[in-house]
Every structure is written in C-alpha cells, then in structure tokens.
Design a protein around this ligand. Sequence first.
Ligand code: 2P0
Length: 338
Amino acid sequence: MKGSVKWQSPSNIALVKYWGKKGFQIPANASISFTLSNCHTTTELKWTKSDSPELTVFLDGHENAAFKPKVAAYFEKIAQDYPIIKEYAFEIHTSNTFPHSSGIASSASGMSALALCTCSLLETLDVLQKPFFEEASNLARIGSGSASRSVYGGLVEWGQHPDYAGSSDLFAVPYSDVHPVFHTYQDTILLVHEGQKSVSSSVGHGLLDNHPFSDKRFEIAQQNMSKLKQILSNGDLDSFVELIESEALMLHGLMMTSSPSFILMLPNTLAIIQKIQHFRKQNDCHIAFTLDAGANVHMLYPEKDVDKARRLIDNELAALCANGQYICDTVGTGPTKL
Ligand code: 2P0
C-alpha cells in the first residue's frame, strides 16, 4: 500500500512562554501564542508498506542526513502508541518559507507539519485513536512542545490551567474568547542574528530543573495566563504591552540566571527594544516587543499602528537588523492540507 499527504503548517510566537518541563514533554506552566501566517513549513509524507522500513528526508529538494536521525527518533516515539507505522517506509520532503539560518524557530512549524502528515496517515489506516486535531497537537507536542500550538490558527493555549476550560498538558486548544483587535495583530520579526542558536531548547528547558527562580517563575506564568485571559477578552492594549514585554524579559532573565548561564540577546537586540519602548512613549501607540529563545525581536502591534510601525522600522530598526532583514507576518488561520 502506497500513499502521500502534504500539509503546510505555520510557526507561532508565544505571549506567555513555555520554558521548563515536568516529565516528558509536559510543560511546567501553561502557555499561549499567536499562530503566524507567512512563516510556515510545507511537508510531504510519502509512505509505502515495506518489510524493510526506510526513511529518507529531503530539505528544499536535497537529501538531508542531519534531519534523518531526529525524524527517526520521532517515529520511534510515535510507534509506542501507533506500532503500525513501523510497517512503512517513508520519504519526507520539507521546506520553510523563512531561511533555515534565520534563527526563527523552525521546530514549531516543522514538527506540527510532520505531526499533521503522520495524523493523516493514521487516519488513512483507520487507526487514529482521538479526534484529528487533538491527536495532531499531541503528536506535535511529542516532537516539540511549542509545535503543539501550531495546529490551530489565531490564539492557541497549551497546558493545564484552571481559567482555560478544556486545557490540557497533552495537547493545545484554540482560544477564541478574544477581542477583535487581536484578530489582525501584526508581527514583524527583526532578524538581529543569522545562524544557529547557542543553546538548544531542550538544554534551555532543562536549566529550569535546578533553577533558583523556577518555582516563582511557574507561579507567575500561571498568574500571567489569568491576567492575559482578561486582557484578550477586553482588548486592554496597555496591559497587553506590559504583560508580553515582561514575559519576554523574564524568559531571558531565567537564561541569564541559570547555571550555566546564557545571554542570547545581542547588543542590537537591546538597542531595538529600547527604540521600540522610546517610540511607543513618544507616539501614543501600542508597538511592543517579545522574544523567543534567541536574539531576534518580534515586534507585535495592532493593525491601527501599521503606519507608525513602518516608520519606526524604516527610520530606526532596519539598520539594526542583520543585512537589514526583517519578516512581516500577521496572525494566521492555521495549517492547510495541500
Ligand atoms: C515558547 N519557546 O513558548 C517558548 C518561548 C522558546 C521561548 O517553546 O524541547 O522547541 O522541543 O519541547 O518547543 C522553544 O522550545 O522545546 C519554546 P521542546 P521547544 O514558544
């Protein structure tokens, strides 16, 4: 038996951050993100029933030996619940809309695209144990925690939290009790640094295990999830700005105070942050920043501030980006089966 499926799946940017685990791929606190649109991965999974299961992985049309052991390890984990996948040989073709070296997290889009393809295969084989997107999110989480949030559009919540009905540590859920201002939110990703991150996510998460501030961090994250729920519903942008910037700085504060410690911000990261905060004070707007586990800055703003943001980028921020590069993105509608 032969078949194939292709999914396009987006990246996401967390507002309240997932940083720290309790057990295998179980988040230490709940998190919530905007799903993006332009930054996405397209993955095609081709399968053939085979006595000698093989795996070949192509990135941008070229066979990629580096990804193969990661994908093989992923399929091993999935096979614990779905042993049938061991009866198949796979060929995987994957590509990203953003440069692999840009420092944008590709694990969220990449692992969600692969999980969606895997889910389609399991559906075809009539062995899917749960509703499609719930299981796709669960399988994405097994590959990469943040990927669990990329299987839906808009705002997506992952991790058990008393204020979020239906929330789970095992899969993400779409969150729709949201003021219209958040439906069209903008994210301009300012590329401060091109190249691989100096700390992998799994190492970064692990640093929270013996971190002097971890208990307090997990408590504050859960409180921020409660605060953000109110903000998302009432559209209070002043509070939104304050909360997301605090989350970004806390994430980096945790890295800077772990053992060993990591400083992932670069001089231009700080310069951009200060320019954004100064511009916001001078121009009566809601342009704010958040950060991933890297040096790039995600500039988040409502649609009403698009012209001001354009002016800020052109006049001040593009000059601080590596080769003047930035990516304009918006909140998106989630993955698409192609
Ligand atoms: C997040 N990050 O919530 C946070 C904020 C980066 C900073 O989740 O080990 O690649 O694969 O589950 O999801 C990055 O960590 O970690 C991440 P794994 P992941 O988006």
